[in-house]
Design a binder for this molecule. Structure first.
Ligand code: BMA
Length: 758
């Protein structure tokens, strides 16, 4: 019976939830049966939402596939056209009986006026916010008319941009909309327009839980202190009760006095002998189920189910003898962060598909990732993305969606930004995978290093005002949202903290080292430019050849083909890929374009190998490596390690060795051997080193006992190795490294002296 108890309680709680649905909170979805018209155009489509205009036009056969061929320029008109979404609907009887009926849009992209039965409800101007309105007084039983009228996006944005004095670096700065859709060095200019998330009516009486989320406030060896935050809206003042169940067992109950209106309540409760959530390869990812009930006497008014994990996360940013140490601790344990930058998975945002995310995150997990940085030029990922990161143990460094420009600083803009930040912080707080919040991408770097003051002709006053606006948003509003509503996640104002041209970028904070690629330095420069935490670096390659065949749709493929150029968005990209192929593979003549494409991937893999090895073998000076970039938003030539269709590039395959918990490396300067361990246990093993010729016959062999502490990185001198290599013709040998513990092979690696052997 004791064993069955949690199950019974879970059933009771579940039944309670069902009753709430029936009794106090009623939801009517409004996702089906919409009409989308093109205003002056003769376009009339019957659609379901979520669906942006670009998707609906494609679904209805009115445009070509936006990812294939060379269609981009033919599709740019879409975002500068007005569009109308309309829905006729009847309201359910249950709904009409409620004291409050809220119309809720989870997302509107971007500038749109929303009307119900001819009355204007609101004007939406932020893609990243939930838009809701009490429509109780407007709602009829039969034939309600809901209208969402989208303005011409491009013209609206341009007018806002032109009004702004002083001039801002980028037009998209004035719009709270995904920056990458305005064109990026891997993205076409597909500015999505439309209802991109679901729409519903929510009816309730008495009181409703508008938000409920849980964070781990404190942890010691015996217990975790959890904080439950509830946002409650009430129609009547009174005494209510909140009940909390943990994995089906009643944990605590609190009396709540509610006033009329909106209020936030905080409850703390303890979990004894907690099972901790750990990142991938540091432990398991147990999740707890928390049920929260809001009751009036015996009547359940509302119910939330939260799946969360118990973990703490700290950012260490403190002075040391070299500059400032910068690293993270999870559950009190310092760890080395391995992963990449994540960009949106689609150019057409309503094509986001959970199966695609599952595949991508499984590929990341299999390549030993423990962290992804969600880059600030995209969109805040869906709840599904975070649920999957919870499951796979992938920590998320989450940027707020700001990138590469200064932003407006008028009160309306900042208020809009504040609401957005608070909503996102609350939405994501319960996910154990959420590690830290960061202000955005390359904004402070841009301000100090990219010469905007001169290129945009800012006066001294302009400059001061813009910088003060920056400080308000990134040093005030955003960190306050994190501190006030989460209170457990660190906030880092800008990634990187210092531009890569500055010496401090290598001695403190995080660095985007772009001297290779943007600076056209050789791959070997990565060995010199090791920061405390390398949060971006990368080199382009072509995607899988099968991907290129798809986008070409039968057209002949070559380096100069139009379709290849249309899927390369960096001005110098084609030339730079070619330069490095010439540099690193001088004697190889690819027999055709397919082989050339493969060579580009070998080159990228070699460069990234130099970088990741340099970073990991510098531990603990360097405590993280996140390359640019994991994925693509459409089929394109880019820095990614996995292409849009999920094909791993050569680099991604190599990560299985490069990111493995134990990495063996040969120092090419003095021929010492690094054993770099991220394991949380000691290693007692035997290191075997062999110098082999290219037919795999050993010319030199040596074994030595090695011992490493948990998390240790150590360089060993192998007797005779350096003498042997100094005499050898390095074009004719490679070094084979193996680490065994008893009969188990813990790690192995082949180290070559030239890229073209690999
Ligand atoms: C980084 C990113 C992106 C860009 C990439 C490659 O700085 O933040 O802005 O796509 O460089 O150029």
């Amino acid at each position: 019976m004791k064993k069955l108890l949690p199950l019974i309680l879970l059933i009771i709680a579940f039944t309670a939830c069902q009753q709430v649905e029936k009794q106090n909170v009623v939801v009517q979805l409004l996702n089906q049966g919409w009409t989308l018209t093109g205003d002056t155009l003769d376009i009339n489509m019957q659609i379901d939402v979520p669906s942006v205009v670009q998707q609906s036009l494609y679904d209805n056969g009115l445009i070509l596939h936006p990812y294939l061929g060379t269609v981009e320029n033919q599709l740019l008109w879409i975002s500068d056209h007005p569009w109308n979404y309309t829905l006729h609907f009847d309201a359910s009887k249950d709904l009409l009986e409620k004291q409050v009926v809220e119309l809720e849009f989870d997302g509107i992209d971007t500038y749109a006026e929303v009307k119900l039965n001819g009355e204007k409800l609101f004007f939406a101007d932020n893609q990243f916010r939930v838009w809701k309105h009490d429509v109780k007084d407007l709602l009829k039983k039969k034939d309600n008319l809901l209208e969402v009228h989208f303005l011409r996006y491009d013209s609206t944005q341009l007018a806002l941009y032109e009004q702004h004095q002083p001039r801002l670096p980028e037009k998209y700065a004035v719009s709270r909309k995904a920056p990458y859709q305005h064109g990026w060095d891997w993205a076409p200019k597909y500015k999505n327009v439309g209802i991109w998330k679901r729409v519903e009516l929510i009816g309730w009486s008495d009181a409703k839980l508008q938000n409920a989320y849980i964070v781990t406030e404190n942890l010691d060896s015996e217990k975790a202190t959890m904080r439950l935050c509830l946002d409650v809206e009430s129609k009547a003042e009174g005494n209510y009760v909140a009940e909390i169940y943990v994995n089906g067992e009643r944990s605590s109950e609190k009396n709540v006095h509610l006033d009329r209106g909106f209020q936030s309540e905080i409850f703390k409760f303890e979990i004894l002998n907690p099972e901790l959530w750990w990142p991938n390869e540091m432990g398991e990812q147990p999740l707890y189920v928390f049920d929260v009930l809001l009751k009036d006497g015996d009547k359940v008014l509302d119910f939330k189910k939260i799946r969360s994990g118990i973990k703490t996360f700290e950012m260490v940013d403190e002075p040391d003898s070299i500059g400032r140490a910068f690293y993270f601790k999870v559950n009190g344990v310092p760890f080395y962060a391995k992963g990449a930058n994540y960009i949106p998975e689609e150019m057409i945002e309503t094509w986001n598909d959970v199966d695609h995310t599952i595949q991508l995150l499984e590929q990341a997990k299999d390549a030993h990732f423990n962290m992804l940085r969600v880059w600030g030029g995209g969109i805040y990922p869906s709840d599904d993305f975070f649920t999957l990161c919870d499951k796979y143990g992938i920590l998320v460094w989450e940027d707020f969606m700001y990138a590469g420009t200064m932003y407006p600083y008028d009160e309306a803009f900042l208020e809009n930004a504040r609401i957005e930040a608070e909503e996102q912080v609350k939405r994501l707080a319960s996910h154990p995978s959420l590690a830290l919040w960061c202000g955005g991408n390359e904004i402070s770097e841009g301000y100090y290093n990219w010469g905007w003051q001169q290129s945009l002709g800012w006066s001294e006053e302009d400059d001061k005002a813009i910088k003060a606006g920056y400080d308000r948003l990134f040093e005030n509003i955003l960190p306050q949202a994190v501190a006030k509503f989460d209170g457990t996640r660190p906030y880092w104002p800008s990634s990187p903290s210092k531009g890569w041209g500055r010496p401090e970028s290598l001695t403190e904070g995080d660095v985007h080292y772009w001297g290779v690629w943007w600076g056209e330095q050789p791959y070997e420069m990565y060995r010199e430019k090791v920061g405390r935490f390398n949060s971006e670096y990368g080199y382009q390659s072509y995607p899988d050849y099968s991907t290129l065949l798809k986008i070409a749709e039968g057209e002949a493929l070559s380096k100069d083909a139009e379709v290849i150029a249309a899927h390369q968005k960096h001005a110098r990209g084609t030339r730079q890929i070619d330069d490095f192929i010439q540099r690193y593979y001088p004697n190889i003549q690819p027999k055709d374009f397919e082989e050339y494409v493969h060579l580009s991937q070998l080159s990228q893999a070699y460069g990234m190998e130099v970088a990741t090895e340099a970073h990991r073998t510098a531990k603990p000076y360097n405590m993280g490596t996140l390359y640019w970039q994991l994925n693509d938003a459409w089929p394109v030539t880019s820095w990614s390690s996995i292409d849009y269709y999920g094909n791993p590039k050569v680099f991604h395959e190599r990560l299985k060795t490069l990111y493995a918990p134990v990495l063996l490396s040969l120092d090419k300067k003095d021929y010492g051997v690094f054993v770099t361990s991220d394991l949380l246990r000691n290693i007692d093993g035997t290191l075997s080193v062999a110098v082999c010729d290219l037919e795999d016959s050993p010319l030199f062999e040596q074994k030595m006992k090695v011992r490493l502490e948990a998390n240790e990185n150590r360089k060993f001198v192998v007797e005779g190795l350096s003498e042997c290599l100094r005499k050898a013709d390095l074009k004719k040998v490679y070094v084979k490294l193996e680490l065994a513990e008893g009969d188990t092979l813990t790690a192995e690696r082949k180290c070559y002296f030239f890229a073209f052997f690999e």
